[in-house]
Design a binder for this molecule. Structure first.
Ligand SMILES: [Zn+2]
Length: 229
């Protein structure tokens, strides 16, 4: 396992480049406008075709639980290799899904590898979780990771949100969410995303800021930490 310290401050961007911009922490599309900084999610093979020189482009790379049956031998080292790319700043989306034929143990083996990469490259983990929340919390306790674990597209109820927050998770809200869960999530645990939605990220920021009774900028606290603003 490579020990590679990822440090975004080594990028040539200056913090002022982010001023007045919105961050979409998880999307499958390119940025729709210069005002939106996205972390575009790529599969391993998509990421291997990467050839970007732009300093303002960011990606997450990982194995979605649905794609586990298609995994080829040697994927672990391919994932490590791609994480050396300066544009890759998060590991995932990876995680668990009850609605697949893949056994929990097989999903966990793949997830464990993502955790190791996330910790050794010092990059946050972007997590897809359907069902298996208790199991995920147990795994987090066992690993006690230093990196942020972000549950993307969180639509769960406030009780679940509360339990996850207590366990140190961050929650990313997209087009659909439970308003009560948003209300109880502290500002410094919130991320905003579009995922596969074409709804403008600005509208999601507006809705969430109204629910929280805060300025849009206040929703950028956790993203700021990722980008070292
Ligand atoms: Zn996604």
């Amino acid at each position: 396992m490579l020990k590679y310290k990822k440090n975004l401050t080594s990028h040539s961007h200056s913090p002022s480049k982010f001023k007045g911009k919105l961050i979409d922490i998880h999307t499958h599309y390119k940025s729709p406008s210069p005002d939106v900084i996205v972390v575009q999610n790529l599969s391993l093979s998509e990421a291997e075709k990467l050839n970007v020189s732009d300093n303002d482009i960011y990606f997450s790379v990982g194995i979605h639980p649905w794609d586990i049956p298609k995994l080829e031998k040697g994927w672990e080292s391919r994932l490590e290799k791609i994480c050396e790319h300066k544009a890759v700043i998060m590991v995932g989306e990876c995680g668990f899904d009850k609605n697949t034929d893949v056994s929990f143990d097989a999903q966990k083996a793949v997830f464990d590898n993502h955790i190791r990469v996330s910790e050794s490259f010092k990059m946050p983990l972007i997590i897809h979780c359907v069902g298996y929340y208790n199991e995920l919390a147990v795994i987090k306790k066992q690993f006690n990771p230093e990196q942020k674990w972000i549950i993307h597209g969180f639509r769960g109820k406030p009780q679940l949100a509360d339990q996850l927050i207590r366990n140190g998770f961050y929650l990313s809200f997209g087009e659909r969410y439970n308003p009560e869960s948003v209300k109880i999530t502290a500002l410094d645990r919130i991320f905003i995303e579009t995922d596969e939605s074409k709804k403008p990220i600005k509208e999601i920021y507006q809705e969430i800021s109204e629910l929280k009774g805060c300025e849009i900028e206040s929703l950028l606290v956790s993203s700021s930490e990722i980008f070292n603003l």
